[in-house]
Design a protein around this ligand. Structure first.
Ligand SMILES: NC(=O)c1ccc[n+]([C@@H]2O[C@H](COP(=O)([O-])OP(=O)(O)OC[C@H]3O[C@@H](n4cnc5c(N)ncnc54)[C@H](O)[C@@H]3O)[C@@H](O)[C@H]2O)c1
Length: 538
């Protein structure tokens, strides 16, 4: 069991901070004193008066014993609980102990009327002395100490929530906040994060059972490690696996997963964990969004594309016969765990997909990120783990900013489609799988920059820099030409068409972009030029 147990003087704010913390962590809140009062049908003062302090401490001990069988909760403990050695040992055993520190004098000032506090009925000096005598015990038992003398309860609760999840994690991991209105969550990034996945997931859900969705590859590579980590954190794991590849992002597979989840009797308090690339993330996310109109979701992305892009932002869905991603829902995860170590087994084309999304994010984000990728391109291509983790962190920070400003793609979020209008059309015309997705997106960025240069908005210098960066990231221009008419028709069948005109994200320089409708004639002319440039390359 891993509770969060708040200790500290009376008046430190254990109940108010505890209630806010429980809300943030999505856990039940337990007030030990209130539980004793409810159980006894008497006030604390009455219990002290008729049975004495020793009896009250016994009742308190019995109450915390009961927490052994409770689901992980946030618990506000009585101020004097730490005076018992047995209680201190039990607190340590039950979870993370958080000490809300204020001075004894401050506590007395906050309490005001002391008549209802049986132990504080003496003089001011006696009362302050009694409280001060507990300070050593609080410090001795605390895993985390928070200065509670200033700060509103909600900000204290946020500090504690951050420290609690930090404590559950391996040190050296990066954390990026995604403060989407109403659905704030964290992305934990770095080598070895998977080992602590159980504790991290436990930090965000009270679920007793979790459905672990994988594809055949991620099941084989990481399934048993993640299952063990989740089980060690007290979850019962219900594994479900689908065939690898885009073909699984279908209505039929989503339907059969939903039927399986229903047959397992998953309830609203339970959760779905997606362990895989963008396909598993989008598919399992869609299941989590729709089953019982929504259950909790945790994303554990295992491809570079999923770590830098698809696991963050809440877009989930499946493909329809008419096109990719045509049915779906927004479903923000409770947590994303991106362990860059798992990328070691990725095949080459999957690296290309991730690299293209990094290049795209850098071009749209701004000069600083773009320069960083230019400086670190070689390290990225040689899969340097620290540089990879930094690239994931920067990409997630960028995406977090966009998604938080425009969760439902009313405008700004469309910039994430840079390179995709042409890229998707190319994949469609060449046949899905003929080129890695990343190569198609990179070709789309090359095409978009030609449009921008010719429209006079981008300079040749940026075009040259971008092309050189794509080359260095292993995203070479494709050798083949495809028919302008077919490509244009494919663009028209894409979701990005608005009122019959095809829209492109066009960047003028890193960080400066616009989403523009481009006339068919202009597109076709550029497609002819693009096609001609490929002649002789075959
Ligand atoms: N939701 C979004 O915002 C968003 C954004 C971009 C892309 N997407 C979607 O993501 C999907 C593509 O995702 P993807 O590129 O991750 O593809 P994918 O999920 O199909 O994974 C690619 C292949 O790599 C394998 N794999 C996964 N992790 C591995 C690992 N660590 N080692 C070895 N093999 C591993 C998979 O089994 C699969 O065969 C598309 O469907 C796309 O539409 C969604």
């Amino acid at each position: 069991v891993s509770h969060v147990l708040l200790i500290g003087f009376m008046g430190a704010g254990k109940s108010t901070v505890g209630t806010a913390l429980a809300g943030l962590l999505g856990r039940p809140f337990v007030d030990l004193d209130a539980s004793i009062v409810a159980g006894q049908g008497r006030s604390i003062a009455e219990i002290f008066a008729s049975d004495g302090e020793a009896r009250f401490r016994e009742l308190e001990l019995a109450e915390i014993e009961r927490l052994r069988d409770a689901i992980p909760s946030v618990v506000a403990c009585g101020g004097g609980i730490v005076t018992s050695e047995t209680a201190r040992a039990l607190l340590r055993e039950l979870g993370t102990v958080v000490y809300l520190r204020i001075t004894a004098d401050e506590a007395l000032a906050r309490i005001g009327d002391r008549s209802t506090r049986p132990l504080l009925s003496g003089s001011d000096e006696e009362a302050a002395g009694l409280l001060a005598s507990r300070t050593g015990f609080y410090s001795e038992v605390a895993d985390i100490t928070i200065d509670a003398s200033s700060g509103v309860p909600s900000s204290l609760a946020e500090q504690i929530a951050a420290r609690v999840s930090e404590g559950a994690a391996v040190s050296g991991l990066a954390r990026v906040q995604v403060p989407v209105p109403g659905a704030r969550y964290e992305v934990i990034i770095g080598t070895g994060a998977l080992e602590s996945a159980g504790a991290m997931v436990r930090g965000v859900t009270t679920a007793r059972r979790v459905v672990l969705v994988t594809d055949e590859n991620t099941h084989r590579l990481f399934g048993s490690d993640v299952e063990s980590a989740l089980e060690a954190a007290g979850f019962e794991v219900l594994p479900l696996s689908v065939p690898a590849g885009e073909g699984s992002k279908s209505w039929a597979t989503a339907g059969s997963l939903l039927e399986s989840v229903a047959a397992l009797g998953l309830d609203r308090t339970e959760a779905v964990v997606a362990l895989g690339g963008g396909v598993v993330g989008d598919l399992a996310g869609f299941v989590a969004a729709t089953y019982l109109r929504g259950v909790d979701l945790v994303q554990i992305p295992t491809t570079l594309l999923a770590q830098v892009d698809s696991s963050v932002g809440g877009k989930t869905g499946v493909d329809l016969r008419a096109g990719k991603n045509l049915a779906g829902a927004f479903k923000q995860p409770m947590l994303v765990i991106a362990d860059t170590q798992v990328l070691a087994s990725l095949p080459g084309p999957e690296w290309a997909s991730g690299m293209a999304e990094i290049a795209k994010s850098a071009a749209i984000c701004g000069e600083e990120f773009f320069c960083w990728v230019e400086e670190n391109a070689d390290a990225l291509v040689s899969h340097d783990s620290a540089v990879l983790a930094e690239a994931v962190k920067r990409s997630v920070e960028f995406k977090s900013g966009i998604v938080c400003a425009d969760e439902r793609e009313a405008g700004l979020r469309a910039c994430l489609n840079y390179g995709h209008t042409f890229g998707h059309a190319l994949e469609n015309v060449a046949g899905y799988g003929s080129y890695p997705h990343g190569i198609a997106v990179a070709e789309g960025m090359r095409f978009a920059i030609r449009l921008a240069v010719e429209a006079g908005s981008a300079g040749e210098e940026f075009a040259r820099r971008q092309d050189a960066l794509l080359d260095r990231l292993g995203l070479s221009a494709i050798p083949e030409a495809f028919g302008p008419r077919e490509l244009l028709a494919a663009m028209h069948s894409d979701k990005k068409v608005k009122c019959g005109t095809v829209r492109f994200v066009l960047a003028d320089r890193p960080g400066s972009w616009a989403c523009r409708s481009v006339d068919d004639e202009v597109i076709e002319e550029h497609l002819r030029a693009w096609s001609a440039s490929k002649r002789g390359n075959r």
